[in-house]
Design a protein around this ligand. Sequence first.
Ligand SMILES: Nc1ncnc2c1ncn2[C@@H]1O[C@H](COP(=O)(O)OP(=O)(O)OP(=O)(O)O)[C@@H](O)[C@H]1O
Length: 606
Amino acid sequence: MQTKQVNKKVLERFHYSTEEIIEKPFNWGQMLRLMAYMKPYSKRLLPLALLMVIATTAVRLAVPALIGVYTLDNALKNKDTGLLITLVAVLTGLYVCSYIANIFRIKWMNELGQNIIYDLRKALFTHVQTLSHRFFDQRSAGSILVRIMNDINSLQELFTNGVINLLMDIILLAGILVMLFTLSPELTLAIMIILPLMFLISTSLRKNIRRSWQVVRIRQSKLNSHLNESIQGIRVTQAFTQEPENMAFFNEVNKENYESWKQASKKNAMFRPLVEMTNAAGTVILIWYGASLIQNGAISIGVFVSFAFYLGMFWEPISRLGQVYNQLLIGMASSERIFEFLDEKPLVSEKMNAVQLNSMHGEIVFEDVEFAYEKNRKALNHISLKMPAGSTVALVGHTGSGKSTIANLVSRFYDPTQGSVKIDGLDVREVSLSSLRKHISIVLQDTFIFSGTIMENIRFGRPDASDEEVLFAAKAVGADEFIGKLPNGYETEVQERGNILSVGERQLLSFARALLADPKILILDEATASIDTETEMKIQEALKTLLHGRTSIIIAHRLSTIRDADKIFVLKAGSVLEEGSHEELMDQKGEYYSLVKAQFNMLDAG
Ligand SMILES: Nc1ncnc2c1ncn2[C@@H]1O[C@H](COP(=O)(O)OP(=O)(O)OP(=O)(O)O)[C@@H](O)[C@H]1O
Protein backbone atom coordinates (compact mmCIF):
# COMPACT_ATOMS: atom_id res chain seq x y z
CA MET A 1 0.00 0.00 0.00
CA GLN A 2 1.66 3.20 -1.24
CA THR A 3 0.92 6.48 0.49
CA LYS A 4 2.50 9.83 0.07
CA GLN A 5 4.50 10.96 3.10
CA VAL A 6 2.24 13.38 4.94
CA ASN A 7 3.62 16.66 6.09
CA LYS A 8 3.37 16.68 9.87
CA LYS A 9 1.72 20.08 9.80
CA VAL A 10 -1.06 18.69 7.61
CA LEU A 11 -1.79 15.95 10.10
CA GLU A 12 -1.91 18.52 12.88
CA ARG A 13 -4.52 20.47 10.93
CA PHE A 14 -7.12 17.74 11.34
CA HIS A 15 -8.63 17.45 14.79
CA TYR A 16 -11.53 15.13 15.13
CA SER A 17 -13.16 14.43 18.40
CA THR A 18 -14.46 10.91 18.19
CA GLU A 19 -16.47 9.11 20.83
CA GLU A 20 -13.45 7.29 22.20
CA ILE A 21 -15.31 5.55 24.99
CA ILE A 22 -16.86 2.56 23.35
CA GLU A 23 -17.53 0.33 26.33
CA LYS A 24 -18.39 0.93 29.97
CA PRO A 25 -18.51 -1.38 32.99
CA PHE A 26 -21.81 -3.09 33.59
CA ASN A 27 -24.19 -0.87 35.49
CA TRP A 28 -27.42 -2.27 36.93
CA GLY A 29 -29.18 1.09 37.21
CA GLN A 30 -28.59 1.81 33.57
CA MET A 31 -29.53 -1.72 32.57
CA LEU A 32 -32.85 -1.42 34.41
CA ARG A 33 -33.49 1.93 32.75
CA LEU A 34 -32.86 0.32 29.38
CA MET A 35 -35.05 -2.64 30.22
CA ALA A 36 -37.88 -0.24 31.05
CA TYR A 37 -38.17 0.30 27.30
CA MET A 38 -39.40 -3.30 27.09
CA LYS A 39 -42.34 -2.49 29.34
CA PRO A 40 -44.86 -1.51 26.63
CA TYR A 41 -44.29 -4.94 25.11
CA SER A 42 -44.41 -6.93 28.36
CA LYS A 43 -48.03 -7.94 27.79
CA ARG A 44 -47.79 -9.59 24.38
CA LEU A 45 -44.59 -9.51 22.37
CA LEU A 46 -42.14 -10.22 25.17
CA PRO A 47 -44.03 -13.17 26.74
CA LEU A 48 -44.69 -14.64 23.30
CA ALA A 49 -41.03 -14.41 22.35
CA LEU A 50 -40.01 -15.88 25.71
CA LEU A 51 -42.45 -18.75 25.24
CA MET A 52 -40.87 -19.53 21.90
CA VAL A 53 -37.40 -19.39 23.48
CA ILE A 54 -38.47 -21.84 26.16
CA ALA A 55 -40.11 -24.12 23.57
CA THR A 56 -37.05 -24.28 21.30
CA THR A 57 -34.71 -24.77 24.27
CA ALA A 58 -36.90 -27.54 25.68
CA VAL A 59 -36.81 -29.40 22.35
CA ARG A 60 -33.04 -29.03 22.13
CA LEU A 61 -32.73 -30.43 25.66
CA ALA A 62 -35.07 -33.37 25.02
CA VAL A 63 -33.48 -34.65 21.79
CA PRO A 64 -30.17 -36.10 23.14
CA ALA A 65 -32.02 -38.00 25.92
CA LEU A 66 -34.46 -39.41 23.39
CA ILE A 67 -31.67 -40.53 21.06
CA GLY A 68 -29.28 -41.97 23.66
CA VAL A 69 -31.16 -43.24 26.65
CA TYR A 70 -34.55 -44.01 25.12
CA THR A 71 -33.60 -45.19 21.61
CA LEU A 72 -30.39 -47.08 22.42
CA ASP A 73 -30.97 -48.28 25.98
CA ASN A 74 -34.69 -48.95 25.82
CA ALA A 75 -36.05 -49.42 22.30
CA LEU A 76 -33.03 -51.07 20.63
CA LYS A 77 -31.80 -53.05 23.63
CA ASN A 78 -35.27 -54.47 24.30
CA LYS A 79 -36.00 -54.78 20.54
CA ASP A 80 -39.19 -52.77 21.19
CA THR A 81 -40.28 -51.73 17.66
CA GLY A 82 -43.42 -50.05 18.98
CA LEU A 83 -41.35 -47.78 21.23
CA LEU A 84 -38.92 -47.10 18.38
CA ILE A 85 -41.75 -45.98 16.08
CA THR A 86 -43.18 -43.81 18.87
CA LEU A 87 -39.73 -42.26 19.46
CA VAL A 88 -39.28 -41.49 15.75
CA ALA A 89 -42.75 -39.91 15.66
CA VAL A 90 -42.07 -37.89 18.84
CA LEU A 91 -38.69 -36.73 17.50
CA THR A 92 -40.22 -35.69 14.18
CA GLY A 93 -43.02 -33.86 15.99
CA LEU A 94 -40.53 -32.10 18.27
CA TYR A 95 -38.37 -31.01 15.35
CA VAL A 96 -41.38 -29.61 13.50
CA CYS A 97 -42.54 -27.77 16.65
CA SER A 98 -39.05 -26.44 17.26
CA TYR A 99 -38.78 -25.31 13.63
CA ILE A 100 -42.05 -23.38 13.88
CA ALA A 101 -41.19 -21.99 17.33
CA ASN A 102 -37.85 -20.81 15.97
CA ILE A 103 -39.48 -18.93 13.11
CA PHE A 104 -41.77 -17.11 15.53
CA ARG A 105 -38.97 -16.56 18.04
CA ILE A 106 -36.87 -14.77 15.40
CA LYS A 107 -39.89 -12.84 14.09
CA TRP A 108 -41.11 -11.67 17.49
CA MET A 109 -37.66 -10.95 18.84
CA ASN A 110 -36.83 -8.80 15.82
CA GLU A 111 -40.16 -7.04 16.17
CA LEU A 112 -39.48 -6.40 19.85
CA GLY A 113 -35.98 -5.08 19.15
CA GLN A 114 -37.17 -2.87 16.29
CA ASN A 115 -40.04 -1.48 18.37
CA ILE A 116 -37.71 -0.60 21.23
CA ILE A 117 -35.22 1.05 18.88
CA TYR A 118 -38.07 2.96 17.22
CA ASP A 119 -39.32 4.21 20.61
CA LEU A 120 -35.86 5.10 21.84
CA ARG A 121 -34.94 6.98 18.66
CA LYS A 122 -38.26 8.82 18.73
CA ALA A 123 -37.83 9.76 22.39
CA LEU A 124 -34.30 10.99 21.74
CA PHE A 125 -35.21 13.02 18.65
CA THR A 126 -38.30 14.51 20.32
CA HIS A 127 -36.20 15.50 23.31
CA VAL A 128 -33.32 16.91 21.26
CA GLN A 129 -35.82 19.13 19.40
CA THR A 130 -36.84 20.75 22.69
CA LEU A 131 -33.27 21.56 23.75
CA SER A 132 -32.01 25.09 23.88
CA HIS A 133 -29.62 26.77 21.48
CA ARG A 134 -26.85 26.41 24.02
CA PHE A 135 -26.97 22.62 23.66
CA PHE A 136 -26.36 22.96 19.92
CA ASP A 137 -23.71 25.65 20.43
CA GLN A 138 -21.63 23.17 22.39
CA ARG A 139 -21.84 20.19 20.03
CA SER A 140 -21.24 19.47 16.39
CA ALA A 141 -24.19 18.30 14.29
CA GLY A 142 -22.15 15.16 13.55
CA SER A 143 -21.83 14.14 17.19
CA ILE A 144 -25.59 14.54 17.73
CA LEU A 145 -26.24 12.48 14.62
CA VAL A 146 -23.91 9.74 15.86
CA ARG A 147 -25.94 9.39 19.07
CA ILE A 148 -29.29 9.30 17.34
CA MET A 149 -28.08 6.81 14.74
CA ASN A 150 -24.97 4.83 15.73
CA ASP A 151 -25.46 4.60 19.47
CA ILE A 152 -29.04 3.53 19.06
CA ASN A 153 -28.04 1.04 16.36
CA SER A 154 -25.55 -0.56 18.70
CA LEU A 155 -28.39 -1.09 21.19
CA GLN A 156 -30.47 -2.69 18.48
CA GLU A 157 -28.24 -5.78 18.44
CA LEU A 158 -28.53 -5.95 22.23
CA PHE A 159 -32.31 -5.88 22.16
CA THR A 160 -32.93 -8.11 19.15
CA ASN A 161 -30.40 -10.83 19.95
CA GLY A 162 -28.44 -9.98 23.06
CA VAL A 163 -31.06 -10.00 25.77
CA ILE A 164 -32.92 -12.99 24.44
CA ASN A 165 -29.73 -14.94 23.69
CA LEU A 166 -28.70 -14.25 27.26
CA LEU A 167 -31.93 -15.74 28.56
CA MET A 168 -31.85 -18.61 26.10
CA ASP A 169 -28.25 -19.45 26.92
CA ILE A 170 -28.79 -19.31 30.66
CA ILE A 171 -31.80 -21.62 30.37
CA LEU A 172 -29.94 -23.91 27.96
CA LEU A 173 -26.81 -24.00 30.10
CA ALA A 174 -28.75 -24.76 33.25
CA GLY A 175 -30.74 -27.44 31.40
CA ILE A 176 -27.61 -29.06 29.97
CA LEU A 177 -25.94 -29.09 33.41
CA VAL A 178 -29.00 -30.71 34.97
CA MET A 179 -29.05 -33.33 32.21
CA LEU A 180 -25.30 -33.98 32.47
CA PHE A 181 -25.46 -34.42 36.26
CA THR A 182 -28.56 -36.59 35.98
CA LEU A 183 -26.87 -38.83 33.39
CA SER A 184 -23.53 -39.17 35.17
CA PRO A 185 -22.31 -36.97 38.02
CA GLU A 186 -18.78 -38.52 37.93
CA LEU A 187 -18.31 -37.89 34.20
CA THR A 188 -19.70 -34.36 34.54
CA LEU A 189 -17.27 -33.52 37.33
CA ALA A 190 -14.36 -34.96 35.30
CA ILE A 191 -15.24 -32.84 32.28
CA MET A 192 -15.66 -29.71 34.43
CA ILE A 193 -11.87 -29.74 34.98
CA ILE A 194 -11.49 -27.91 31.66
CA LEU A 195 -14.11 -25.29 32.56
CA PRO A 196 -11.55 -22.86 34.06
CA LEU A 197 -9.52 -23.10 30.84
CA MET A 198 -12.60 -22.42 28.79
CA PHE A 199 -13.49 -19.51 31.07
CA LEU A 200 -9.99 -18.08 30.77
CA ILE A 201 -10.06 -18.21 26.97
CA SER A 202 -13.52 -16.81 26.83
CA THR A 203 -12.79 -13.84 29.07
CA SER A 204 -9.19 -12.90 28.28
CA LEU A 205 -9.19 -13.51 24.56
CA ARG A 206 -12.61 -12.01 24.09
CA LYS A 207 -11.53 -8.92 25.99
CA ASN A 208 -8.51 -8.65 23.73
CA ILE A 209 -10.63 -9.08 20.61
CA ARG A 210 -13.16 -6.56 21.90
CA ARG A 211 -10.43 -3.96 22.44
CA SER A 212 -9.18 -4.52 18.89
CA TRP A 213 -12.65 -3.95 17.45
CA GLN A 214 -12.89 -0.80 19.53
CA VAL A 215 -9.78 0.50 17.81
CA VAL A 216 -11.44 -0.33 14.47
CA ARG A 217 -14.50 1.68 15.47
CA ILE A 218 -12.44 4.66 16.56
CA ARG A 219 -10.50 4.59 13.29
CA GLN A 220 -13.72 4.29 11.31
CA SER A 221 -15.21 7.19 13.16
CA LYS A 222 -12.11 9.27 12.34
CA LEU A 223 -12.43 8.25 8.70
CA ASN A 224 -16.11 9.24 8.73
CA SER A 225 -15.35 12.63 10.23
CA HIS A 226 -12.65 13.27 7.67
CA LEU A 227 -14.91 12.20 4.80
CA ASN A 228 -17.71 14.39 6.09
CA GLU A 229 -15.46 17.42 6.43
CA SER A 230 -13.84 16.75 3.04
CA ILE A 231 -17.16 16.65 1.22
CA GLN A 232 -18.61 19.64 3.07
CA GLY A 233 -15.46 21.67 2.52
CA ILE A 234 -14.63 20.47 -1.01
CA ARG A 235 -15.09 23.91 -2.53
CA VAL A 236 -12.60 25.51 -0.14
CA THR A 237 -10.18 22.60 -0.59
CA GLN A 238 -10.31 22.97 -4.37
CA ALA A 239 -10.03 26.74 -4.19
CA PHE A 240 -6.83 26.45 -2.12
CA THR A 241 -5.58 23.45 -4.18
CA GLN A 242 -5.29 21.39 -1.02
CA GLU A 243 -6.46 18.16 -2.72
CA PRO A 244 -3.05 16.37 -2.48
CA GLU A 245 -2.77 17.11 1.26
CA ASN A 246 -6.33 16.07 1.78
CA MET A 247 -5.74 12.86 -0.18
CA ALA A 248 -2.55 12.13 1.72
CA PHE A 249 -4.31 12.54 5.03
CA PHE A 250 -7.18 10.40 3.83
CA ASN A 251 -4.71 7.67 2.83
CA GLU A 252 -3.12 7.84 6.25
CA VAL A 253 -6.45 7.47 8.07
CA ASN A 254 -7.63 4.84 5.62
CA LYS A 255 -4.43 2.85 6.17
CA GLU A 256 -4.79 3.11 9.95
CA ASN A 257 -8.32 1.83 9.58
CA TYR A 258 -7.18 -1.06 7.39
CA GLU A 259 -4.36 -2.01 9.78
CA SER A 260 -6.63 -1.96 12.83
CA TRP A 261 -9.14 -4.13 11.02
CA LYS A 262 -6.39 -6.60 10.04
CA GLN A 263 -5.26 -6.85 13.67
CA ALA A 264 -8.76 -7.38 14.96
CA SER A 265 -9.64 -10.07 12.43
CA LYS A 266 -6.35 -11.88 13.14
CA LYS A 267 -7.27 -12.11 16.82
CA ASN A 268 -10.82 -13.04 15.94
CA ALA A 269 -9.58 -15.89 13.78
CA MET A 270 -7.68 -17.31 16.76
CA PHE A 271 -10.75 -17.56 18.93
CA ARG A 272 -12.66 -20.41 17.28
CA PRO A 273 -9.72 -22.84 17.00
CA LEU A 274 -8.90 -22.25 20.67
CA VAL A 275 -12.48 -22.94 21.70
CA GLU A 276 -12.44 -26.04 19.54
CA MET A 277 -9.22 -27.20 21.19
CA THR A 278 -10.79 -27.05 24.65
CA ASN A 279 -13.80 -28.74 23.17
CA ALA A 280 -11.51 -31.48 21.88
CA ALA A 281 -9.92 -31.77 25.35
CA GLY A 282 -13.41 -32.32 26.76
CA THR A 283 -14.08 -35.03 24.17
CA VAL A 284 -10.80 -36.78 25.05
CA ILE A 285 -11.80 -36.88 28.74
CA LEU A 286 -15.25 -38.06 27.74
CA ILE A 287 -13.91 -40.97 25.70
CA TRP A 288 -11.19 -41.98 28.10
CA TYR A 289 -13.15 -41.69 31.35
CA GLY A 290 -16.54 -42.50 29.79
CA ALA A 291 -15.21 -45.75 28.30
CA SER A 292 -13.91 -46.87 31.67
CA LEU A 293 -17.28 -46.05 33.27
CA ILE A 294 -19.03 -48.15 30.59
CA GLN A 295 -16.56 -51.01 31.26
CA ASN A 296 -17.28 -50.77 35.00
CA GLY A 297 -20.96 -50.90 34.21
CA ALA A 298 -21.44 -47.51 35.89
CA ILE A 299 -23.13 -46.07 32.79
CA SER A 300 -24.81 -47.54 29.71
CA ILE A 301 -23.96 -46.90 26.03
CA GLY A 302 -27.17 -44.90 25.71
CA VAL A 303 -26.21 -42.64 28.64
CA PHE A 304 -22.74 -42.20 27.08
CA VAL A 305 -24.24 -41.17 23.71
CA SER A 306 -26.72 -38.74 25.31
CA PHE A 307 -23.89 -37.34 27.42
CA ALA A 308 -21.74 -36.79 24.31
CA PHE A 309 -24.60 -34.93 22.64
CA TYR A 310 -25.14 -32.68 25.69
CA LEU A 311 -21.44 -32.01 25.97
CA GLY A 312 -21.34 -30.97 22.30
CA MET A 313 -24.07 -28.46 23.07
CA PHE A 314 -22.41 -27.21 26.26
CA TRP A 315 -19.69 -24.97 24.75
CA GLU A 316 -21.96 -23.10 22.41
CA PRO A 317 -23.91 -21.10 25.04
CA ILE A 318 -20.72 -20.49 27.03
CA SER A 319 -18.94 -18.93 24.09
CA ARG A 320 -22.08 -17.02 23.08
CA LEU A 321 -22.48 -15.65 26.61
CA GLY A 322 -19.07 -14.01 26.17
CA GLN A 323 -20.37 -12.39 23.02
CA VAL A 324 -23.50 -11.11 24.78
CA TYR A 325 -21.29 -9.74 27.54
CA ASN A 326 -19.35 -7.78 24.90
CA GLN A 327 -22.58 -6.45 23.49
CA LEU A 328 -23.68 -5.47 26.99
CA LEU A 329 -20.53 -3.45 27.66
CA ILE A 330 -20.81 -1.68 24.31
CA GLY A 331 -24.51 -1.13 25.06
CA MET A 332 -23.58 0.39 28.43
CA ALA A 333 -21.41 3.06 26.76
CA SER A 334 -24.01 3.77 24.08
CA SER A 335 -26.89 3.94 26.53
CA GLU A 336 -24.90 6.21 28.83
CA ARG A 337 -24.47 8.64 25.95
CA ILE A 338 -28.14 8.35 24.97
CA PHE A 339 -29.32 8.91 28.56
CA GLU A 340 -26.96 11.87 28.87
CA PHE A 341 -28.89 13.53 26.02
CA LEU A 342 -32.26 12.43 27.37
CA ASP A 343 -31.40 13.87 30.80
CA GLU A 344 -30.28 17.18 29.34
CA LYS A 345 -32.78 19.81 30.46
CA PRO A 346 -33.70 22.66 28.12
CA LEU A 347 -32.17 25.81 29.61
CA VAL A 348 -35.06 27.82 28.29
CA SER A 349 -38.11 26.11 29.66
CA GLU A 350 -41.74 26.94 29.85
CA LYS A 351 -43.45 27.90 33.10
CA MET A 352 -46.20 25.65 34.45
CA ASN A 353 -48.98 28.14 33.77
CA ALA A 354 -47.39 29.93 30.84
CA VAL A 355 -49.58 32.57 29.19
CA GLN A 356 -50.86 31.78 25.69
CA LEU A 357 -50.30 34.82 23.51
CA ASN A 358 -53.18 34.60 21.06
CA SER A 359 -52.59 38.05 19.68
CA MET A 360 -49.72 40.48 19.95
CA HIS A 361 -49.11 44.17 19.34
CA GLY A 362 -45.37 43.77 19.22
CA GLU A 363 -43.94 46.30 21.68
CA ILE A 364 -40.50 45.10 22.81
CA VAL A 365 -38.82 46.42 25.95
CA PHE A 366 -35.42 45.43 27.36
CA GLU A 367 -35.10 46.34 31.04
CA ASP A 368 -31.52 46.43 32.28
CA VAL A 369 -30.64 43.22 30.49
CA GLU A 370 -27.37 41.41 31.04
CA PHE A 371 -26.40 38.29 29.19
CA ALA A 372 -23.35 36.04 28.79
CA TYR A 373 -23.07 32.95 26.56
CA GLU A 374 -20.09 31.88 28.60
CA LYS A 375 -19.13 32.75 32.15
CA ASN A 376 -17.15 35.97 32.57
CA ARG A 377 -17.67 37.05 28.95
CA LYS A 378 -20.66 39.36 28.82
CA ALA A 379 -22.34 39.71 25.45
CA LEU A 380 -24.88 42.28 26.70
CA ASN A 381 -24.28 44.79 29.45
CA HIS A 382 -27.12 46.70 31.17
CA ILE A 383 -29.19 47.07 28.02
CA SER A 384 -32.40 49.10 28.34
CA LEU A 385 -34.30 49.88 25.18
CA LYS A 386 -37.80 50.21 23.85
CA MET A 387 -39.06 49.22 20.41
CA PRO A 388 -42.64 50.54 19.96
CA ALA A 389 -45.19 48.21 18.37
CA GLY A 390 -45.19 48.45 14.58
CA SER A 391 -41.94 50.42 14.41
CA THR A 392 -38.84 49.61 12.39
CA VAL A 393 -35.79 49.51 14.57
CA ALA A 394 -32.22 49.03 13.43
CA LEU A 395 -29.32 47.64 15.41
CA VAL A 396 -25.88 48.67 14.23
CA GLY A 397 -22.41 48.26 15.64
CA HIS A 398 -19.14 46.46 15.09
CA THR A 399 -18.87 42.70 14.72
CA GLY A 400 -19.45 41.03 18.05
CA SER A 401 -21.13 44.05 19.62
CA GLY A 402 -24.24 42.04 20.58
CA LYS A 403 -26.77 42.72 17.80
CA SER A 404 -27.73 39.10 17.11
CA THR A 405 -27.76 38.42 20.83
CA ILE A 406 -30.55 41.00 21.28
CA ALA A 407 -32.52 39.19 18.55
CA ASN A 408 -31.86 35.84 20.26
CA LEU A 409 -33.29 37.15 23.53
CA VAL A 410 -36.44 38.50 21.86
CA SER A 411 -37.19 35.03 20.47
CA ARG A 412 -36.20 33.59 23.85
CA PHE A 413 -33.56 31.28 22.46
CA TYR A 414 -31.67 32.27 25.60
CA ASP A 415 -32.77 33.90 28.86
CA PRO A 416 -31.07 37.00 30.22
CA THR A 417 -28.80 36.47 33.22
CA GLN A 418 -30.20 39.68 34.69
CA GLY A 419 -33.10 42.02 33.87
CA SER A 420 -36.02 41.17 31.63
CA VAL A 421 -37.25 41.20 28.08
CA LYS A 422 -40.90 42.22 27.79
CA ILE A 423 -43.29 41.97 24.89
CA ASP A 424 -46.52 43.95 25.22
CA GLY A 425 -45.57 44.44 28.87
CA LEU A 426 -45.27 40.70 29.55
CA ASP A 427 -41.96 39.12 30.54
CA VAL A 428 -41.21 36.59 27.75
CA ARG A 429 -40.48 33.99 30.47
CA GLU A 430 -44.19 34.12 31.40
CA VAL A 431 -45.33 33.30 27.87
CA SER A 432 -45.61 29.86 26.27
CA LEU A 433 -42.68 29.32 23.90
CA SER A 434 -44.71 28.19 20.93
CA SER A 435 -47.20 31.06 21.19
CA LEU A 436 -44.32 33.55 21.49
CA ARG A 437 -42.36 32.18 18.52
CA LYS A 438 -45.52 31.86 16.41
CA HIS A 439 -45.59 35.67 16.28
CA ILE A 440 -41.90 36.06 15.42
CA SER A 441 -40.08 35.40 12.13
CA ILE A 442 -36.36 35.55 11.65
CA VAL A 443 -34.53 35.95 8.37
CA LEU A 444 -30.84 35.23 8.66
CA GLN A 445 -28.02 35.89 6.24
CA ASP A 446 -27.32 32.19 5.88
CA THR A 447 -30.86 31.03 5.51
CA PHE A 448 -31.60 27.32 5.72
CA ILE A 449 -33.34 25.70 2.80
CA PHE A 450 -34.78 22.25 3.47
CA SER A 451 -34.85 19.49 0.90
CA GLY A 452 -38.17 19.65 -0.90
CA THR A 453 -39.80 21.92 -3.46
CA ILE A 454 -39.58 25.71 -3.55
CA MET A 455 -43.29 25.79 -2.73
CA GLU A 456 -42.79 23.64 0.38
CA ASN A 457 -39.87 25.77 1.49
CA ILE A 458 -41.87 28.98 1.36
CA ARG A 459 -44.73 27.26 3.15
CA PHE A 460 -42.42 26.11 5.96
CA GLY A 461 -43.64 28.52 8.63
CA ARG A 462 -47.34 28.14 7.73
CA PRO A 463 -48.01 24.64 6.41
CA ASP A 464 -51.72 25.35 5.90
CA ALA A 465 -51.15 28.25 3.45
CA SER A 466 -52.74 27.79 0.01
CA ASP A 467 -50.74 27.80 -3.25
CA GLU A 468 -52.20 31.22 -4.06
CA GLU A 469 -50.98 32.63 -0.75
CA VAL A 470 -47.48 31.23 -1.41
CA LEU A 471 -47.45 32.80 -4.87
CA PHE A 472 -48.66 36.10 -3.46
CA ALA A 473 -45.87 36.17 -0.87
CA ALA A 474 -43.22 35.25 -3.44
CA LYS A 475 -44.44 38.00 -5.80
CA ALA A 476 -44.57 40.57 -3.01
CA VAL A 477 -40.88 40.11 -2.15
CA GLY A 478 -39.78 39.81 -5.78
CA ALA A 479 -38.84 36.11 -5.61
CA ASP A 480 -41.37 35.18 -8.29
CA GLU A 481 -39.06 36.24 -11.13
CA PHE A 482 -36.20 33.84 -10.43
CA ILE A 483 -38.57 31.03 -9.40
CA GLY A 484 -40.26 31.34 -12.80
CA LYS A 485 -36.93 30.66 -14.50
CA LEU A 486 -36.29 27.43 -12.58
CA PRO A 487 -36.89 24.17 -14.53
CA ASN A 488 -40.08 23.30 -12.68
CA GLY A 489 -40.94 26.69 -11.23
CA TYR A 490 -42.42 26.41 -7.76
CA GLU A 491 -42.25 22.62 -7.96
CA THR A 492 -38.47 22.58 -8.47
CA GLU A 493 -36.84 20.26 -5.98
CA VAL A 494 -34.01 21.78 -3.97
CA GLN A 495 -31.61 19.71 -1.93
CA GLU A 496 -30.74 20.36 1.71
CA ARG A 497 -29.18 23.85 2.04
CA GLY A 498 -30.54 24.74 -1.44
CA ASN A 499 -27.20 24.48 -3.23
CA ILE A 500 -28.75 25.01 -6.67
CA LEU A 501 -29.79 28.52 -5.61
CA SER A 502 -27.58 31.55 -5.25
CA VAL A 503 -27.23 33.04 -1.77
CA GLY A 504 -29.35 36.02 -2.82
CA GLU A 505 -32.07 33.75 -4.23
CA ARG A 506 -32.14 31.81 -0.99
CA GLN A 507 -32.52 35.11 0.77
CA LEU A 508 -35.53 36.09 -1.34
CA LEU A 509 -37.07 32.70 -0.57
CA SER A 510 -36.70 33.33 3.13
CA PHE A 511 -38.33 36.76 2.74
CA ALA A 512 -41.29 35.04 1.11
CA ARG A 513 -41.29 32.48 3.91
CA ALA A 514 -41.35 35.26 6.50
CA LEU A 515 -44.08 37.24 4.76
CA LEU A 516 -46.28 34.17 4.45
CA ALA A 517 -45.88 33.43 8.16
CA ASP A 518 -47.23 36.96 8.75
CA PRO A 519 -45.46 37.55 12.09
CA LYS A 520 -46.01 40.48 14.44
CA ILE A 521 -42.28 40.75 15.04
CA LEU A 522 -39.84 40.38 12.19
CA ILE A 523 -36.11 40.08 12.67
CA LEU A 524 -33.86 40.58 9.66
CA ASP A 525 -30.34 39.62 10.71
CA GLU A 526 -27.99 40.69 7.92
CA ALA A 527 -30.81 39.55 5.66
CA THR A 528 -29.93 41.78 2.73
CA ALA A 529 -26.17 41.36 3.00
CA SER A 530 -26.03 38.83 0.15
CA ILE A 531 -28.26 40.72 -2.22
CA ASP A 532 -26.66 42.97 -4.80
CA THR A 533 -27.43 46.69 -4.62
CA GLU A 534 -29.62 46.60 -7.72
CA THR A 535 -31.75 43.73 -6.43
CA GLU A 536 -31.81 45.36 -3.05
CA MET A 537 -33.17 48.55 -4.53
CA LYS A 538 -35.78 46.47 -6.31
CA ILE A 539 -36.82 44.80 -3.11
CA GLN A 540 -36.83 47.97 -1.05
CA GLU A 541 -40.47 48.37 -2.03
CA ALA A 542 -41.10 44.71 -1.25
CA LEU A 543 -39.33 45.20 2.04
CA LYS A 544 -41.78 47.97 2.86
CA THR A 545 -44.59 45.44 2.32
CA LEU A 546 -42.71 42.99 4.52
CA LEU A 547 -42.14 45.51 7.32
CA HIS A 548 -45.56 47.09 7.21
CA GLY A 549 -47.69 46.64 10.33
CA ARG A 550 -45.06 44.76 12.34
CA THR A 551 -42.29 45.51 14.75
CA SER A 552 -39.17 44.95 12.69
CA ILE A 553 -35.65 44.62 13.98
CA ILE A 554 -33.11 45.11 11.23
CA ILE A 555 -29.53 44.18 11.85
CA ALA A 556 -27.32 45.44 9.07
CA HIS A 557 -23.74 46.31 8.42
CA ARG A 558 -24.68 48.04 5.16
CA LEU A 559 -25.96 51.23 6.72
CA SER A 560 -27.72 52.48 3.59
CA THR A 561 -30.40 49.85 4.23
CA ILE A 562 -31.44 51.25 7.60
CA ARG A 563 -31.64 54.94 6.82
CA ASP A 564 -35.44 54.92 7.02
CA ALA A 565 -35.66 53.08 10.33
CA ASP A 566 -37.78 54.81 12.97
CA LYS A 567 -35.04 54.29 15.50
CA ILE A 568 -31.42 53.18 15.32
CA PHE A 569 -29.58 51.69 18.30
CA VAL A 570 -25.82 51.83 18.09
CA LEU A 571 -24.17 49.07 20.09
CA LYS A 572 -20.63 48.80 21.34
CA ALA A 573 -19.26 45.88 23.36
CA GLY A 574 -22.72 44.84 24.51
CA SER A 575 -23.96 48.30 25.50
CA VAL A 576 -26.20 50.84 23.78
CA LEU A 577 -23.98 53.77 22.92
CA GLU A 578 -26.40 55.95 20.94
CA GLU A 579 -30.01 55.90 19.88
CA GLY A 580 -32.13 58.01 17.55
CA SER A 581 -33.15 58.42 13.92
CA HIS A 582 -30.56 58.56 11.14
CA GLU A 583 -30.71 62.33 11.03
CA GLU A 584 -30.47 62.71 14.80
CA LEU A 585 -27.50 60.39 15.01
CA MET A 586 -25.74 62.07 12.10
CA ASP A 587 -26.18 65.39 13.89
CA GLN A 588 -24.65 63.94 17.04
CA LYS A 589 -21.46 63.20 15.08
CA GLY A 590 -20.69 60.25 17.36
CA GLU A 591 -20.12 56.53 16.75
CA TYR A 592 -22.91 56.23 14.15
CA TYR A 593 -21.60 59.21 12.27
CA SER A 594 -18.11 57.67 12.08
CA LEU A 595 -19.52 54.30 11.00
CA VAL A 596 -21.45 55.96 8.16
CA LYS A 597 -18.45 58.06 7.23
CA ALA A 598 -16.18 55.00 7.18
CA GLN A 599 -18.55 53.20 4.83
CA PHE A 600 -18.98 56.26 2.68
CA ASN A 601 -15.20 56.65 2.38
CA MET A 602 -14.82 52.97 1.56
CA LEU A 603 -17.37 53.27 -1.23
CA ASP A 604 -15.72 56.42 -2.41
CA ALA A 605 -12.35 54.77 -2.51
CA GLY A 606 -13.86 51.78 -4.36
N1 LIG B 1 -23.26 30.78 20.69
C1 LIG B 1 -22.33 31.52 21.26
N2 LIG B 1 -21.57 31.01 22.24
C2 LIG B 1 -20.63 31.76 22.82
N3 LIG B 1 -20.39 33.06 22.53
C3 LIG B 1 -21.13 33.62 21.56
C4 LIG B 1 -22.13 32.87 20.86
N4 LIG B 1 -22.71 33.70 19.97
C5 LIG B 1 -22.10 34.89 20.08
N5 LIG B 1 -21.15 34.85 21.04
C6 LIG B 1 -20.32 35.97 21.49
O1 LIG B 1 -21.17 36.99 21.96
C7 LIG B 1 -20.73 38.27 21.53
C8 LIG B 1 -21.85 38.99 20.77
O2 LIG B 1 -22.14 38.26 19.60
P1 LIG B 1 -23.27 38.67 18.56
O3 LIG B 1 -23.45 37.52 17.64
O4 LIG B 1 -24.46 39.16 19.28
O5 LIG B 1 -22.57 39.88 17.79
P2 LIG B 1 -23.07 40.68 16.53
O6 LIG B 1 -23.04 42.12 16.91
O7 LIG B 1 -24.36 40.16 16.04
O8 LIG B 1 -21.90 40.36 15.51
P3 LIG B 1 -21.94 40.24 13.90
O9 LIG B 1 -22.09 41.63 13.37
O10 LIG B 1 -20.60 39.66 13.60
O11 LIG B 1 -23.06 39.34 13.54
C9 LIG B 1 -19.49 38.02 20.68
O12 LIG B 1 -18.37 38.28 21.51
C10 LIG B 1 -19.53 36.56 20.33
O13 LIG B 1 -18.24 36.01 20.27
